[in-house]
Design a protein around this ligand. Structure first.
Ligand code: ZN
Length: 374
């Protein structure tokens, strides 16, 4: 997730906010100012409710940040780099650069977030009790008590035992430790994640249908998101396992023939017909640098007149609309981009084309990788 607004760095970790977090802030602020606060501490001025609601919303985002920061700091302690922390619609994400090295690290990184949320809940709870006992401003203790409750709920919810929630990571670490097999642990956590997500969708739906509560929609949304996230995480893990140790150079293939931007289409077609057919051919500029691809279907679509009059420049797909990779990029990192692209990726060194990688090349590289032990 790319943050829309960078807030700065905390403990060397870039922290940002995605635009969707704004939706949460508005919903939350409105709910607090017009619902929770007037109910908890009636008789106040609307302006006071709004001021406290804004403060509570900011403190709530701060609590989410504390949760993610604790994941990040513990991950770094175990030598796992942290790319960034982003707050968004459904909470926060700390993006780790790699997987924790062993089951104990996996467990402690996972537990750090909920532990932080519990800690924050206790602090707000003690403050709320203090303000209440002293008999100060009722609005203040209601706001503090709400923050304590929400952080406690956040900690418990995150401990639900299914990936990608923290509880799913705890489950993964436990199975990893017990069976000594990271892959089995990942599968168990992903499956549990799908079960938890579907239960959330079911609970939300029942809440909407039987209790006519709009809050149920939130649960449905969250469940759907978690379901997709659990599946994506499983696919990602399978890709990483299958492509372990491979780079783009291991998968790329040499095109049967290349064209030039100034080459007439008919001349290139005559040349291409002498080689094995390909779905797409690289196009080079006069200096031999990569200048895009021309697809077989684009060549076929051109009329006889166009083929006689136009050059490959007119029918090529330029490099800025293609995936361009260096040969030393880990294949697992490149795979998503290649699979999302309709055309093969260009593999380029200093502007010079050295090969192409398409989805068929990925499949071949994975198969060859699994034969490596023989
Ligand atoms: Zn967490």
């Amino acid at each position: 997730m790319r943050p829309t607004l960078r807030l700065g760095t905390i403990a060397g970790i870039p922290v940002g906010v995605h635009w969707s977090a704004l939706a949460i802030m508005l919903l939350l602020g409105h709910g607090l100012a017009t619902g929770v606060l007037p109910l908890g501490a009636p008789g106040g001025a609307p302006v006071a409710y709004w001021v406290v609601a804004v403060a509570v919303t900011v403190l709530f985002l701060g609590s989410l940040l504390a949760h993610e920061l604790c994941h990040a700091v513990v991950a770094r302690h175990f030598g796992v780099g942290v790319r960034r922390i982003t707050l968004w619609l459904l909470g926060g994400v700390a993006e780790l650069e790699s997987e924790p090295p062993h089951a104990r690290a996996d467990l402690l990184v996972a537990l750090a977030g909920p532990a932080a949320s519990f800690g924050v809940a206790v602090v707000f709870g003690v403050l709320a009790a203090g303000v209440y006992l002293v008999g100060l401003w009722a609005l203040a203790w209601v706001a503090l008590a709400w923050l304590a409750l929400v952080n406690a709920v956040l900690a418990v919810f995150n401990l639900l035992p299914g990936a990608p929630l923290d509880g799913g990571r705890v489950l993964r670490a436990a199975v990893w430790w017990w069976r000594g097999d990271r892959a089995v642990a990942q599968r168990v956590a992903a499956f549990a994640g799908m079960v938890v997500s579907l239960l959330l969708v079911l609970c939300g739906t029942l809440q909407v249908v039987y209790l006519h509560s709009v809050g149920g929609l939130w649960l449905v949304l969250l469940g759907w998101f978690l379901l997709f996230a659990a599946q994506a995480e499983q696919t990602d893990f399978q890709l990483r396992t299958a492509m372990a140790g491979l780079t783009v150079a291991d998968a790329m293939t040499a095109p049967p023939v290349c064209g030039y931007v100034s080459q007439r289409i008919s001349d290139f077609v005559a040349l291409a017909r002498q080689h094995r057919p390909a779905d797409a051919y690289p196009v080079l500029d006069p200096d031999g640098n990569a200048a895009g691809l021309v697809t077989l279907s684009a060549l076929a679509r051109a009329t006889p007149q166009q083929r006689a009059e136009q050059t490959l420049r007119d029918v090529r797909v330029p490099p800025d609309r293609l995936v361009v990779l260096a040969p030393d990029v880990p294949l697992a990192d490149a795979a998503r981009q290649i699979m999302a692209g309709r055309l093969p990726a260009l593999v380029v060194v200093g502007g010079v084309l050295v090969g192409l990688v398409g989805t068929a090349d990925l499949a071949r590289a994975v198969d060859m990788n699994s034969l490596r032990g023989d």
